[in-house]
Ligand binder design. Structure first.
Ligand SMILES: Cc1ncc(COP(=O)(O)O)c(C=O)c1O
Length: 411
């Protein structure tokens, strides 16, 4: 429960900004930060330096990550993590003597951040408007959005992964450095790919010699019921961008996990990896991250997300409204797509009714988020949420949807 300056209380259905996985105001984490500030508040990671919390956290992340992802580069957040992943992918091909492999393929509707590379990788127009010129070297392809299939399929046959192979062929695979995608697209509409999708992506990326970067900024650290989202598909990426849940938001931190075979390729580059931020490996953020992960493991929060996810799914599916078109998600990451009519899947009028639902939920003391283009409502509560709190979130959501449609003023 959060309280504003007027003393109003809110039940947080979005974990701040999809990140307060272990919940708010934990004494233990505050103490870890305090102790670290007293010991070593800061020192740079340039010129070969490191610090004990950064070393220990890197080792812990390598243990938690899918096999082979054993190297870590720390950043301050998710946008920087994606910049880092993209730069590593391009440098890898430079090291392999194939510098012409420099394009990055991403999804329309994806969200990867707001710095120039991450913004250009992002497929949401609203994120770029007014900021041109953009970075070069990005190509966007349709996402695996089963409810409004960009490939025109009535029944999902997961052939969208093959469309990725076709896209690589059309671009020329000799030019493609990396494919960057969220395992479940968050800001772009909580889009869950079909079963088998990322296994096929893994095969295709292998076949075309393209590095697969999983943007796990939202899906990492238990959010979907496993430590990392890609585990649901049993497929191992070459690079993973992470942030948010690694510290549950107690301190800013992100980074890139690098597979051993990519690391080996980087060693062939003549220069050192000339990249790093002032706060790379910040000792306080890393100490906070270590404590946060310790709590998540001790309290089995990923398993808890998996279990409570079933409850949340059942509650959402039980919302009795002709305007709930689709309910989709995994663990404690869910999206509710609102429609004018369930049979035709026609967009509601106005399409931004999700923002209205967000505002009505807030008036009732529940925080959720309307997503682009405006008719999708996201839920991602802290993984410590209780069943009773989930009931309240869904009941307020259902009332707010009904009221928003009753009072809608078509555009
Ligand atoms: C999937 C994804 N990638 C990257 C980012 C950017 O992270 P940050 O805001 O920490 O730069 C976000 C932020 O919401 C995100 O959801």
């Amino acid at each position: 429960v959060l309280r504003d300056t007027e003393g109003r209380e809110y039940l947080d259905g979005l974990a701040g900004l999809w990140l307060a996985n272990s919940g708010y105001s934990r004494e233990e984490i505050a103490r870890a930060a305090y102790e670290q500030m007293k010991t070593l508040s800061y020192y740079t990671l340039f010129w070969g330096w490191s610090n004990p919390p950064a070393i220990r956290l890197a080792a812990r992340l390598a243990e938690l990550a899918p096999p082979g992802l054993n190297r870590v580069f720390f950043t301050s957040g998710g946008s920087e993590a994606n910049e880092t992943s993209i730069k590593i992918a391009r440098l890898f091909w430079e090291g392999m003597g194939r510098p012409e492999k420099d394009l990055v393929v991403t999804f329309q509707q994806a969200y990867h951040g707001v710095s120039y590379g991450a913004m250009t990788a992002t497929g949401l127009e609203t994120v770029w408007r007014g900021f041109s010129p953009f970075s070069e070297g990005f190509v966007r392809v349709p996402p695996p959005y089963g409810y409004r299939c960009p490939h025109g399929k009535d029944a999902c046959d997961a052939s969208c992964a093959d469309a990725l192979a076709e896209a690589f062929e059309a671009i020329g695979p000799q030019r493609v450095a990396a494919f960057l995608a969220e395992p479940i697209m968050g800001v772009g509409g909580v889009i869950v790919p079909p079963p088998g999708y990322f296994q096929r992506v893994r095969e295709i990326c292998g076949q075309y010699e393209v590095l697969w970067i999983a943007d796990e900024v939202i899906t990492g650290f238990g959010r979907t019921g496993t430590w990392f989202g890609v585990e649901h598909w049993g497929a191992i990426p070459d690079l993973i961008s992470f942030a948010k849940g690694v510290t549950s938001g107690y301190a800013p931190l992100g980074g890139t996990l690098v597979h051993d075979r990519v690391y080996e390729g980087l060693k062939r580059v003549e220069n050192v990896f000339n990249h790093g931020f002032t706060y790379t490996g910040h000792p306080v953020s890393c100490a906070v991250g270590l404590k946060n992960l310790e709590i998540m493991e001790r309290e089995k929060l990923p398993e808890r997300a998996a279990g409570l996810g079933k409850t949340l799914e059942a509650r959402l599916r039980a919302i009795d409204s002709p305007h709930v078109g689709e309910v989709r998600g995994m663990g404690l990451l869910w999206g509710v797509e609102l429609v004018a009519d369930r049979a035709t899947r026609a967009l509601p009028d106005p399409v931004t009714i999700g923002w209205d639902v967000q505002a009505r939920c807030r008036q009732r003391g529940v925080l959720v988020r309307g997503l682009f283009p405006g008719n999708i409502v996201a839920l991602a509560p802290p993984l410590v949420v209780t069943e009773a709190q989930l009931d309240r979130i869904v009941s307020v959501l259902a009332d707010s949807i009904a009221e928003a449609f009753r009072q809608a003023k078509p555009a």
